[in-house]
Design a protein around this ligand. Structure first.
Ligand code: 5AD
Ligand code: SF4
Length: 447
């Protein structure tokens, strides 16, 4: 598990999407590049289904592709810079007569900035997050009419799969562009979610991740998120969910994580800051103490579970005292990992025009201070697992060095010496641990 980096999006563990087939000579080819969070990875799965239905073979390199689809992220400025780099490269390949068409989808597509990109770069189609289905016509399929994206079919048959349970977000955090580019919350009906989970499991999927910007805010016809989670945990053999909002997280859900065998005992609960003053400026809607109480409930419900969070350093107006309070909260909650982000002003958000810019050097120091503390805590916690035997779910098969990457039931990432295929379980003893990952011993037995 990667921890405490500024470049990682919300998703603590990037799940692999469907493998791509090589293009046969003469076939139409398409390349999909995904940036950002698991929502985007999942949207790319849907896009993949469309291009496959339209007769495209998927390729991995731009130079082999007739059509390139960039499914983009807008959450921080560096995400846009990365996409600009790719668009520049695509312009060059077009001039050389290789890539023929380029489509830009996802969160940048939904933002005003896409108009400027269109002027600078050669882009044939720009789509936001609500009209991905329009891609169908572009790739030569019959026009699709969808009211909202979750009803589009995802990719089936993988050993793990995402299931979107809600889109958008009803919060208005000062720094965040998501409500602008993804719109207000729409919850997917329970029957539709369970139907998809059952189809996936019947098709061989062994690990289901429920997805949304604030999954714990899910509500539908009197049912709440915990009801949905319990139902899914009865239909699938292994279940996780991300991401959550502390104001919506119910104790009942935290206890269910501890009690239900099929739920991975891992909670991703973004806190953003440990200072009540900053939490108010950010419009987060809770105080640090309330967050601490939630964590106490989780630790009691799942003592071996793992906890991760998101923290922003250098939000406008953040003082040394605010930063100290974040450090105190990090110490108290003893996170197993954290995604630490330097504040990045997004045009159209409230924070972009707030006074009190924090100088870069100060942001960098605060970033490193939070990072070091998270790593120290994580390292200490991980040492406690060394020597024990764990059942490990293989997420990525072994590479040349013979190491596969797996996940324990407590949500720890493990390097394990096995040839077991993704989707299988092995048992192995944990021999050592770093701050981000555990190392298991000799080949575990297939379970
Ligand atoms: N600057 C820095 N970090 C941000 N995040 C969202 N918007 C910004 C921004 N403008 C972080 C938050 C969120 C995660 C997905 O990205 O921590 O939880
Ligand atoms: Fe953005 Fe806040 Fe919504 Fe999360 S809860 S997506 S940070 S507005």
């Amino acid at each position: 598990m990667s921890s405490a980096t500024q470049t990682t999006a919300t998703a603590p563990i990037p799940l692999s999407s469907k493998p791509a087939g090589r293009a046969s000579l003469g076939a139409k080819t398409a390349c999909i590049r995904t940036f950002g969070c698991q929502m985007n990875v999942h949207d790319s799965d849907r896009i993949r289904r469309m291009i496959q239905d339209a007769g495209y073979a998927e390729v991995q390199r731009y130079e082999d592709a007739d059509l390139v689809i960039l499914n983009t992220c807008y959450v921080r400025e560096n995400a846009v810079d990365r996409v600009k780099g790719h668009l520049g490269e695509l312009n060059r390949l077009r001039r050389e007569g290789r890539v023929k068409r380029v489509a830009l989808t996802g969160c940048i597509g939904a933002a005003e900035e896409s108009a400027a990109l269109r002027e600078t770069y050669d882009i044939d189609l720009v789509l936001g997050t609500h009209n991905t289905y329009e891609l169908a016509e572009f790739v030569g399929l019959p026009t699709m009419r969808e009211t909202y994206t979750p009803e589009l079919p995802g990719t089936e048959g993988g050993h793990n799969a995402f299931v979107t349970i809600m889109t958008g977000c009803n919060y208005q955090c000062s720094y965040c562009i998501v409500p602008t580019v993804r719109g207000r919350m729409i919850c997917r009906p329970m029957g539709s979610v369970i139907g998809e989970v059952e189809r996936l499991v019947a098709g061989g999927t062994g690990y289901v991740t429920l997805l949304g910007q604030t999954v714990d805010a899910w509500r539908h016809e009197g049912k709440r998120f915990c009801d949905l989670l319990e139902a899914v945990s009865e239909s699938a053999p292994r279940v996780w969910f991300t991401t959550s909002h502390p104001s919506n997280m119910e104790d009942r859900t935290l206890r269910a994580i501890g009690e239900r065998d099929t739920l991975v005992k891992r909670l991703h609960l973004p806190v953003q800051s440990g200072s009540d003053r900053m939490l108010r400026v950010m419009h987060r809607g809770y105080k640090a103490e309330r967050y601490r109480r939630k964590i106490e409930v989780f630790r009691e419900a799942a003592p071996d579970g793992t906890l991760s969070t998101d923290i922003i350093v250098g939000h406008p107006g953040e003082t040394e005292e605010d930063h100290e309070q974040t450090l105190r909260l990090v110490e108290d909650c003893s996170f197993d990992s954290a995604y630490i982000f330097k504040f990045s002003p997004r045009r159209g958000t409230e924070a972009a025009s707030l006074p009190g810019t924090v100088p870069d050097a100060v942001v960098q120091r605060r970033f490193l201070e939070v990072l070091r503390l998270v790593e120290q805590n994580a390292f200490t916690r991980n040492q406690r697992i060394v020597g024990g035997e764990e059942e490990i779910y293989i997420r990525h098969g072994s590479t040349e060095d013979g190491k596969a990457i797996g996940e324990t039931w407590s949500g720890h990432a493990v390097h394990v010496n096995t040839k077991a295929e993704p989707g299988n379980y092995v048992k192995a003893r944990i021999e050592s641990a770093g701050p981000h990952v555990l190392y298991a011993g000799e080949p575990g037995t297939l379970v």
